[in-house]
Structures are given as C-alpha cells and as structure tokens.
Design a protein around this ligand. Structure first.
Ligand code: ATP
Length: 516
C-alpha cells in the first residue's frame, strides 16, 4: 500500500481549468450540475485516449496477440444512435431495473443514493432515541455532521445507513437540522427521456441511452450477415451515454453525460471463460501501457455473491483517485454476460439472433457440416473515457517544489495532447526562421496525433513551465549553436534534462517517444 498522501483534487482541478483541460459546462450561466466540457488540451487528450482504445481494441485488437483459440483476435466497429427504439431498453432491463434506491430529505429537498449515505453513531452501544447523523462522503456535510455527532456521543464510528434497522425517526439528513428528515428508500430511474416527433405524447417517449453496449447487441445480426466475421469476434462502440445520476460528484468521475468505449466479444459458450480471462488481463495491461502502471491500479475480481445470475465472472479495473484514496474507483468493468442480452433481444423483438457456426457441429455423410446453432456468449469490457481521462490527469499531476516549474503533468507521450514544442531561444539571429521550419516539419508529421507548438514569447523558463503543465513531453530549443552545428536541445519534461540532438533527427526522436 502506498503511504504517499493523496494528491490535492483542488490543485488538479485548478490546473485543468487554468490550462484548458476541463471547464464547467455552461460556466457563464453558473454551470450545470453533472456536466463538464473539455477545453483545447482536454479535447485532444480525450481524442487520443479514444483513438488508443480504437487502435488497440478494434484495428489491432489486443496488440495482435493470439486469443485462447490460438488465432489473432478479430474485432470490428459500429457507431449506433443515442436514441434507440424504446423496446431496446425494455429488453435490456433498463426500463424496469435501471434503478437506484434513493432517499429524499423532506427538510432540505436533497436526494441521495441510499447506498451512498453513511451515518455517525456512538462507537460503542446504541444511540437510544438520540439522533444519528447522516452524511455523504466528500461533501461539506461530512465534517459538520461529525462535529455534531461527537458533541452528542463522544466517541463515534461511521457505518452505512443501510446497516441500521429502522433508523427513519432518528436519522438527521446531511444538511438538515431535525431528526426524521429522510424518507425510506424509493426507486428512481436513471434514464433521461424525451419525446420524438411533434406530438408530446407518452407513446412517443424515447430514452437517451444509458450505455453504448445495447447498440451492439441490436446490430449483431446485421454485422454477421453483412461482413465476413466469424465467431469468435468482437464489436466495439464508442460514444456518449447519459444517466441522470442523483449525486454527480468528484469532478468528471460521476457525470450525467459521459462517453463510453465498449466491446462485446461474441464467442462459443465453451470458450467463454477463457475469453473472459483473456480480456480481463488485457484490459489491465492496456491501462498500464498508457501510463497508469503501479500501485494506483488494481484488478478487482467480483465475489460470487456480487455476480449477476447469468455471469460467470466480472472484474473491475479500479484506480486510486485522490477522492477515493486509500480506496479505489471503477475505471472499467469486464463482465462475462453469458447470452443474456441476445436472449432478451430475441425474445422482445421476435428476431432470430442465433448464430450458425459452420466451424462446429455435426459432420454430414457428404463431408460437409450441418453447423451448430447457438446464441453466442459475450464478454464485455466496458470502459469510461471520461474516467480514463480523469485517471490520466490525476496520475500525471506531479508537484515538485524543487523544480523551476513545480507543477507538471506526466502524461504518456502517446496520450499527450501536445507532442512537442519548438522554441527559438531569442527572437533574432535567424533562430525564429530555423524554428519555424522545424515546426512546420513536425506539424506535418504529427498533427493527427496532437499539437506541435511554437512559442517565442517570454523567458525560456516560463515557456518550459507552460509546456510542463500542459504535459508536453519534449521541448526543442533552437539556440546560437544551431546554425553552426545543426543541433538543438531536447528537454525532457519529467527530468528537466537537456541533450543536444541533430535537427534532422527531431522528428524520429518524437515518433520514438510516442511509440504505439
Ligand atoms: P458506477 O458503479 O460507478 O455507477 P457502473 O458500474 O454503473 O458505474 P457501468 O455501467 O459498468 O458503470 O459502465 C461502464 C463504465 O462507464 C464505468 O466503468 C465508468 O468508467 C463509466 N461510467 C459509468 N457511469 C458513469 C458516470 N456517471 N460518469 C462517468 N463515467 C461513468
């Protein structure tokens, strides 16, 4: 376990705002709870994360490794609509079951997820008829309620509200003044709905998708019928999802609009557990490869009693965010979903979704095969791109007071939104012209992957500091020597070390640092 103190979320959020990674949505109107926009650096960082996923999950799945069947993994993409036929969400269980039990505060009108509410109670023994003090972690109510509880009971402990039998008369809501303010838990559907067409009528009600995965299941048959994919294979989908989260919080971690990158990998039931293990392990390796290596990242296998009835295994890749520390928060879930989703869509839509596997099944007297018909099992690695960006920002944020630029963002060069910066040391003696030529060369080569910046204003130290905060891995400075020996200095963001390299090698140098 790390003993390092968690990084300050306030410092990370302030750098994100200051440097244009993340802005509050609708900020000039006071913001809107649960919605965030990305600024120039954040938009490119998120694009790089999405593309790294696309490259390593769809175009060159699992980095070209062979799967448990001994063959290279095959995956294809789809891009499906945010609004689907409402029956999709009946089949998936979201209309009936996408509910969180909620408690409302009658006094403050606050609404909380029942499983998030904690209470302070006496450390030993019963509270009797004294109030017990509810709070939600990381909210101002936490310390306020703690003080009140300590005053009432002395030594206290904190337990989930759900563990207290019949607390309702005694419990004092997080920001309430009187006990008995919380209602008993009630179900609340997290799907946003709207109306299609001109007539505002319940029969035209549709939902904004709460996940991208269902779009894959409903197009499974089309993909099989119109392409040459054979089971086992995967279909990937990325895009916005919406959940009317009751308590959006922790910066972008729990938002109401967010982006997912999901893969459904279809396989024969007999091979499904092997594929589950394959994807679970690869997803962990992948997050490590883009800079989340170390003790802040864990793979948590769900206990048997946490699994859905159809699942033979689920694990979460979890990251130790500053606001969850010393605990972890989910970055991605990898679930063995059996054939639950295809079964449901087959039942509700009436369409035949069985796959005819002509590589298996009975061999006929003429040497051909009858083919085995079955609903493939599915392994679902479901990642959140916004949580991914947040983890990269939290991991990358580094403070070192001994440096001239004390705050810097250690982003992996593959993900960094600015790939390189070019500085003429001074704006004279031909240096800007040489820098301009190098800038044009690098820009032409790397614009698909990120920005190449040219900066000739301010002191060189300030220019390095700006790039350090933006997470730019390399700065190249054209100085008095350059015209004489065709070398520039290459400065490393993380160590501050400088080496001289030939100007003709800069592009190759940047490409090698990005890798991928
Ligand atoms: P949680 O338990 O945190 O609500 P979940 O288990 O409901 O998450 P999934 O339905 O498995 O999440 O969604 C897959 C991924 O989508 C999550 O691992 C996460 O990265 C992302 N995600 C889910 N809900 C949100 C949200 N409200 N804001 C940002 N990302 C989210």
């Amino acid at each position: 376990m790390s003993t390092a103190a968690p990084k300050s979320m306030d410092a990370i959020m302030s750098l994100c705002k200051r440097r244009g990674f993340v802005y509050q949505a609708s900020e000039i109107y006071g913001g809107i709870n649960g919605f965030w926009d990305y600024g120039p650096l954040g938009a490119q960082l998120k694009k790089n994360l999405r593309e790294a996923w696309w490259q390593d999950m769809i175009m060159n799945p699992a980095w070209g490794q062979k799967g448990p069947n001994g063959q290279r993994v095959k995956c294809v993409p789809v891009e499906t609509c945010i609004i689907q036929h409402p029956k999709v969400w009946e089949a998936s269980g979201h209309v009936g079951g996408f509910n969180d039990p909620m408690v409302d505060c009658k006094e403050t009108k606050g609404r909380y997820r029942y499983d998030h509410v904690m209470v302070y109670v006496p450390e030993a023994g019963e509270a009797g008829d004294k109030p017990i003090f509810a709070y939600v972690g990381d909210q101002p109510s936490e310390s306020k309620q703690k003080k009140k509880a300590e005053k009432t009971f002395g030594a206290i402990k904190s337990v989930p509200l759900s563990t207290i039998p019949q607390p309702w008369a005694r419990v004092m809501g997080p920001d309430a003044e009187k006990p008995g303010s919380l209602t008993e838990p009630r179900m609340f559907n997290l799907m946003f709905d709207t109306i299609t067409g001109a007539i505002r009528d319940e029969s035209n009600k549709v939902y904004l998708r709460p996940e991208t995965a269902q779009g894959i299941f409903v197009q499974f048959k089309n993909v099989v019928d119109t392409t040459r994919v054979r089971v086992p294979f995967g279909i990937g989908n990325t895009g916005k999802s919406f959940r009317n989260e009751v308590t959006p919080r922790n910066f972008t971690f729990r938002s109401r609009e967010f982006e997912q990158a999901e893969l459904e990998f279809f396989c024969h039931p007999d091979e499904s557990v092997a594929w589950y293990k394959f994807w679970r392990d690869f997803r962990m390796d992948w997050w490590k490869s883009i800079g989340l290596a170390g003790e802040n990242l864990i793979l948590r296998e769900h206990e048997k009693d946490e699994l859905s009835h159809y699942s033979q295994g689920t694990s979460d890749v979890e990251y130790r965010f500053p606001f969850t520390s010393p605990g972890f928060g989910e970055l991605e879930g990898i679930a063995h979903r059996g054939n639950y989703d295809l079964t449901q869509h087959q039942k509700v839509s009436g369409a035949k979704l069985e796959y005819n596997d002509t590589d298996r099944g009975e061999i006929l007297p003429n040497g051909g095969r009858r083919g085995e018909r079955y609903l493939p099992h599915c392994i679902e690695p479901a990642a959140g791109l916004d949580r991914g960006v947040l983890a990269l920002l939290c991991e990358g944020y580094t403070k070192d007071e001994s440096r001239p630029s004390p705050e810097f963002m250690k982003l992996h060069p593959r993900l960094a939104p600015i790939k390189a910066a070019i500085f003429p040391l001074v704006a004279k003696d031909g240096m800007p012209e040489i820098a301009e030529t190098l800038h044009a060369e690098l820009n032409a080569k790397f614009w698909r992957l990120g920005a190449v910046e040219m900066d000739e204003k301010q002191s060189i130290g300030k220019r390095y500091a700006r790039m350090d905060e933006a997470g730019c891995p390399w700065c190249f400075t054209v100085d008095g020597e350059t015209a004489k020996d065709q070398t520039v200095t290459a400065r490393n963001r993380d160590t501050g070390q400088q080496t001289r390299i030939n100007i003709s090698k800069v592009s190759e140098f940047v490409a090698n640092s990005i890798g991928g």
